[in-house]
Design a protein around this ligand. Structure first.
Ligand code: HQG
Length: 182
C-alpha cells in the first residue's frame, strides 16, 4: 500500500481502537484488545474495507508502534493513547528515568503553568524519553515548546509512571512544581 493509504488506515484504526469503537460497533476489552476478524468485518460493513495483510502492514509500518497484534494475530489493540471508557489498561508502575520531556505548543504554556499537565480526554499525560520525540509530539499542535520534568522527584513523592509497549511514558498528572521550560 502507498504511504498515504497506510496513514489513512492508521488514523482510522487509532480512532476506533483508542477513542470511538462505537463508530463501527466493536468492543474493546479493558486492556484494549479487540477481535481482528470482527474488526475487519465491521470495517467492511462501515465502508472502510481492509484486508488482514493490509492490517498487518499498518501495524508493522507504524513509526510509533501504535498497535500490537497478539502472537496468533487473532486480536489487536492500540498500546497507549486511549480515551474510550471501555479501556482501563493496567500498566505496571515502574521507575522512570530521572527526567522526561513533554512537547507541546506555546499557546498551551500559560494554562499548563497554571494547572500543570493534565490528561484531558486521554487517560494519561504522555511523556517522551528524549528531546527529538518531544519535539515531534509538540509539533502536532503548533509552535513547539518543551517542558523538562523532574521525574526523579515526582517518583520519590509517590507519583506513578508507566511505559507503554512502544516506549511512550505515561503518568496521571504533573503538578507545576515538577515542570520547567526547557
Ligand atoms: C496539552 C501522539 C492546556 C498537552 C503523540 C498536549 C503522543 C494542556 C495537549 C500522544 C494542559 C493534549 C499524545 C493544560 C496538557 N492546559 N493544555 N493544563 N495539560 N495540555 O494529543 O501529549 O501520533 O492528547 O501539552 O506522539 O500531544 O497519536 O497529547 O499538547 O504519544 O500515536 O494538551 O499522541 O501519538 O494533546 O500526544 P494530546 P500529546 P499518536
Amino acid at each position: 500500500s502507498s504511504e498515504k493509504t497506510l496513514r489513512e488506515h492508521s488514523k482510522f484504526l487509532s480512532l476506533v481502537l483508542r477513542h470511538q469503537p462505537e463508530t463501527i460497533a466493536i468492543q474493546l476489552d479493558s486492556e484494549g484488545w479487540t477481535d481482528v476478524h470482527i474488526l475487519l468485518q465491521q470495517m467492511i460493513k462501515h465502508k472502510r474495507p481492509l484486508k488482514l495483510v493490509e492490517l498487518i502492514e499498518v501495524v508493522e509500518s507504524s513509526d510509533k508502534k501504535r498497535f500490537q497484534l497478539s502472537p496468533d494475530q487473532s486480536k489487536i489493540r492500540a498500546v497507549q493513547g486511549h480515551s474510550s471508557a471501555q479501556v482501563q489498561r493496567e500498566y505496571a508502575a515502574i521507575t522512570p528515568p530521572d527526567t522526561l520531556f513533554h512537547g507541546t505548543a506555546t499557546r498551551f504554556v500559560n494554562s499548563i503553568l497554571e494547572k500543570g499537565l493534565i490528561s484531558g480526554e486521554r487517560h494519561h499525560v504522555h511523556l517522551s524519553a528524549d528531546l527529538v520525540t518531544a519535539q515531534k509530539v509538540g509539533q502536532r499542535h503548533g509552535k513547539v515548546i518543551i517542558f523538562i520534568l523532574d521525574t526523579k522527584q515526582m517518583h520519590q513523592d509517590g507519583f506513578r509512571f508507566y511505559c507503554a509497549e512502544n516506549g511512550v511514558w505515561l503518568t496521571e498528572q504533573v503538578p507545576i512544581k515538577y515542570l520547567k521550560l526547557f
